[in-house]
Design a protein around this ligand. Structure first.
Ligand SMILES: *[C@@H]1O[C@H](CO)[C@@H](O)[C@H](O)[C@H]1NC(C)=O
Ligand SMILES: *[C@@H]1O[C@H](CO)[C@@H](O)[C@H](O)[C@H]1NC(C)=O
Length: 255
């Protein structure tokens, strides 16, 4: 019957529109009070950190979930520090080059847009893009490494690379890294594993483990109220399909 075909298509469109409306509503809620605090403790040359950053954290935060987090990046990990004759000295997990990488990131976090977050989202887009690029593209040979700072700055429109590099090579970089050390020690001294992911300032081993392979799932547990569609595409589809069945059934009754 052409009529029931029409009803079917109509209900399909209707169910789809309803799902879209849900998303639309959620995106216009005020999330500032409800953001999930996500802190990532990691190292610039650590293979597991690089994998987590480039395969979990960064891709997960490209869409709607960026509105639901308040991200804190802490590139320090298992670094050790000493204050010797008015200066910090660091010993990094993967050698001195890693200290350099950690300082570049510490300076980027402070100096890009003055450390401010991008309007409406829970981190600075330029900074996180720049750091993701470094985590992705740095070539490491043993304890040696080449950080592609120029390329990464260009790709991500970092316009103050000179200042960042200057910071990383001097006292400011050391001080910023020392601050990150203090944040890390507050979680565990030393960290049991790198990277460590902490939600809402409360380290939970099971969340940390889950986040390594399914960051979205670990994060979504903490999102209050209507969750964005990125959280459970699967269950949203289920709702729409269930709705669709009901609508087409009703449509049939009127046929
Ligand atoms: C998700 O993002 C898309 C496109 O960026 C937007 O149209 C939609 O309203 C967002 N949904 C939520 C729940 O934030
Ligand atoms: C975001 O996290 C920072 C600490 O990194 C904190 O000072 C700030 O209050 C948090 N903002 C929100 C909205 O939770």
């Amino acid at each position: 019957m052409p009529n029931s075909k029409f009803a079917f298509i109509f209900s399909l469109i209707f169910a789809f529109a309803l799902a879209q409306m849900d998303d639309h509503h959620a995106s216009h809620m005020n999330h500032e009070q409800h953001r999930v605090n996500v802190a990532v403790y990691y190292e610039s040359l650590c293979p597991d950190s690089r994998k987590f950053f480039t395969q979990q954290l960064y891709p997960s935060l490209q869409g709607n979930l960026s509105n639901f987090v308040n991200l804190t990046l802490v590139p320090y990990g298992k670094t050790k520090m000493n204050f010797v004759t008015n200066e910090y000295e660091f010993e990094c997990h993967h050698g001195p080059k890693e200290c350099e990488g950690n300082k570049i990131q510490a300076c980027a976090l402070k100096l890009i847009d003055g450390g401010r977050k991008t309007e409406g989202i829970g981190f600075n887009k330029v900074t996180v893009g720049f750091i993701n690029c470094l985590m992705d593209k740095t070539e490491r040979k043993g304890n040696d490494a080449t950080f592609p700072v120029k390329d990464c700055a260009e790709i991500n429109h970092v316009n103050n690379l000179n200042i960042i590099e200057n910071c990383a090579g001097h006292t400011d970089g050391s001080n910023y890294l020392a601050n990150l050390g203090a944040l890390t020690k507050a979680v565990a001294d030393p960290l049991a594993s790198v990277p460590t992911i902490v939600f809402n300032q409360n380290f939970k081993s099971e969340d940390n483990t889950l986040a390594q392979t399914n960051f979205v799932k670990a994060l979504c547990q903490y999102i209050q109220g209507t969750k964005p569609s990125d959280c459970n595409g699967a269950s949203n589809i289920k709702i729409s399909l269930g709705f669709l069945v009901v609508v087409s059934f009703i449509a049939k009754l009127f046929n």
